[in-house]
Write a protein that binds this ligand. Structure first.
Ligand code: SAM
Length: 401
C-alpha cells in the first residue's frame, strides 16, 4: 500500500513539474513581419501603441518588450502580418550548427508536453539551402530537447499548436515562434470571397497613408467585398484591428491569460463606437454590395457604412470634401484592360463632380495617370498580392496640379 502511495505521489510530482514547466519569460524579443512598402506605417502604429521605433530589416521590425506587448500588438496592429517571439539568432553553416543552436532554446518554457510542433522556414543565400532538410533538423532538435526535459520517449503532439519559423539568411539562422497563428489580415469578418479582394492589412495601410480621419466623409466606389470601407470604419471608431478574433497564444498554457485580458479591456475602453461617421461604399455588382453589407455586419458595423449599387461614373456623395481610398480593377484578372480603362475614366468623371475631395488609388496599371487624365501629387511603390503596384495620391487642393 505504502509503495502504491509513494508511486502515485511520484507520478503526481512528475506531472506537476511537466505541467508547470511552461512559463514564458517576462521579457522577450518581438518580431513583427510586414509587407514591403508598409514598414513606415507600422512604425507609426507601434509608436502610437507606446513602443519605440525600431528599424525594419528584411520585412521585419524587432524590438524588445514584454508579454503584454505581444498581446497588445496582436490585438491592435492593423498593418503587421504576424507577431513573433524571436527565440534565437546564430550562425548555422552545417546541420549540426542548426541542430545545436535550436536545442539550446528553452523550448520547455514555451511548449507544453502535449504541444503540436509545426516547423516552416526559408533559406536564402546560405550554405544550408534545403528547406525540407532544415525543417526536419529543427523539428528533431526541438523534439530531442522536449523529450529530455519532459522525460518522455517521443512527442505526443495531441494538444495546442505551436508554429515555429526558421529563416536562414546569409548563414544566420533566426528562430521565431508565431504568436498570431493565422495572419493578422484574417480579421474574421470576411467569410466569403469577392472579386480580387485586397488584404485587410494592406487596406488599412493605404487608409493610414491617406489623409482620412474620422471627421471626414469617406468613399470607396469599387468596394467589392467591403474591405476598405470596413477597415475605414474600424479606424474611425477606434476598433482594434484584431478585435473579435483568436490568436495562437490564447491557447497556450504558459502564456498567462491576464495579458490578453488586459489588452482586450484597454482596446474596448478605447473604442468610440458612437462616433458619427460618413462612410460610403459602392460597386456596380449587386452581389458585391450584398457581400460587403454582410461582412460589415459580421464586423459589428451595422448601420455605420452606407452601401449602394452604382457604376463609378455615376457616383455622387453630398459632401463638399472627403477622402476616396480605393482598389479598382487592374485589368488583369476578371476585368480586361479596356474595362479597367472605362473604370478609371468613370472615376475621373465622378471625381470632378466631388468638389474638394482627395483620392488615393492603388493599381498595377502603369498608364493610370494617362488614362485618368491627371498627374498625381505623389506616388509610392507598393505590392498587392506580390503584384507590383503604384499608390497614387491626389490631394484635395486641386490647384496644386
Ligand atoms: C479589385 S475589386 C475590389 C476589391 C475590394 N477592394 C475588396 O477588398 O473586395 C474591383 C471591384 O470593382 C467593381 N467594378 C468594376 N467595374 C465597376 C464600375 N464600372 N463601377 C463600380 N464598380 C465597378 C467590381 O465589381 C469589383 O468588385
Amino acid at each position: 500500500m505504502r509503495k502504491l502511495v509513494g508511486f502515485t505521489i511520484k507520478i503526481f510530482n512528475l506531472m506537476n513539474r511537466m505541467i508547470n514547466k511552461v512559463d514564458f519569460p517576462e521579457k522577450v524579443d518581438i518580431t513583427l513581419s510586414v509587407a514591403s512598402g508598409v514598414e513606415s506605417v507600422l512604425k507609426k502604429e507601434l509608436l502610437r501603441l507606446g513602443y519605440p521605433s525600431a528599424p525594419a530589416v528584411n520585412g521585419a521590425i524587432t524590438f524588445s518588450g514584454d508579454l503584454s506587448a505581444v498581446a497588445r500588438c496582436n490585438l491592435n496592429l492593423r498593418t503587421a502580418d504576424r507577431v513573433y517571439i524571436k527565440l534565437a539568432e546564430f550562425t548555422a553553416l552545417t546541420f549540426d550548427d542548426l541542430f545545436d543552436g535550436v536545442k539550446e532554446i528553452e523550448w520547455e518554457r514555451y511548449i507544453d508536453i502535449n504541444g503540436r510542433v509545426l516547423v516552416n522556414g526559408k533559406c536564402v543565400k546560405s550554405k544550408l539551402f534545403s528547406i525540407s532538410d532544415c525543417q526536419k533538423i529543427v523539428k528533431k532538435s526541438i523534439a530531442t530537447r522536449l523529450c529530455s526535459q519532459y522525460k518522455i520517449s517521443r512527442l505526443v503532439e495531441s494538444g495546442n499548436e505551436y508554429s515555429i519559423e526558421f529563416s536562414i539568411f546569409k548563414d544566420v539562422a533566426t528562430i521565431l515562434l508565431n504568436t498570431s497563428g493565422a495572419g493578422l489580415h484574417k480579421r474574421g469578418y470576411r467569410d466569403l470571397v469577392g472579386i480580387a479582394p485586397i488584404k485587410e492589412t494592406l487596406a488599412s495601410a493605404l487608409l493610414l497613408m491617406s489623409d482620412y480621419y474620422y471627421q471626414k466623409p469617406f468613399l470607396d466606389p469599387f468596394c467589392g467585398s467591403g474591405t476598405m470601407a470596413i477597415e475605414c470604419a474600424k479606424i474611425a471608431l477606434n476598433i482594434a484591428g484584431g478585435m473579435g478574433r483568436n490568436f495562437a497564444f490564447n491557447d497556450w498554457k504558459g502564456f498567462d491569460k491576464k495579458y490578453f485580458d488586459l489588452a482586450l479591456t484597454e482596446a474596448l475602453d478605447n473604442e468610440k463606437r458612437d462616433r458619427k461617421v460618413e462612410i460610403f461604399a459602392s460597386d456596380i455588382d449587386k452581389k458585391a454590395v450584398s457581400l460587403a453589407t454582410r461582412h460589415a455586419e459580421r464586423a459589428g458595423l451595422k448601420g455605420k457604412i452606407q452601401f449602394s449599387r452604382c457604376d463609378v461614373k455615376d457616383v455622387y456623395v453630398p459632401f463638399k470634401d472627403g477622402t476616396i481610398v480605393t482598389n479598382p480593377p487592374y485589368g488583369e484578372r476578371v476585368y480586361d484592360k479596356l474595362e479597367a480603362e472605362e473604370c478609371y475614366k468613370g472615376l475621373r468623371k465622378s471625381f470632378d463632380k466631388l468638389d474638394n475631395w482627395s483620392l488615393f488609388l492603388i493599381t498595377s496599371e502603369k498608364r493610370f495617370e494617362k488614362i485618368f487624365g491627371k498627374k498625381c501629387d505623389r506616388e509610392r511603390k507598393m505590392y498587392n498580392s506580390n503584384k507590383e503596384c503604384r499608390f497614387y495620391y491626389y490631394y484635395k487642393d486641386r490647384e496644386k496640379n
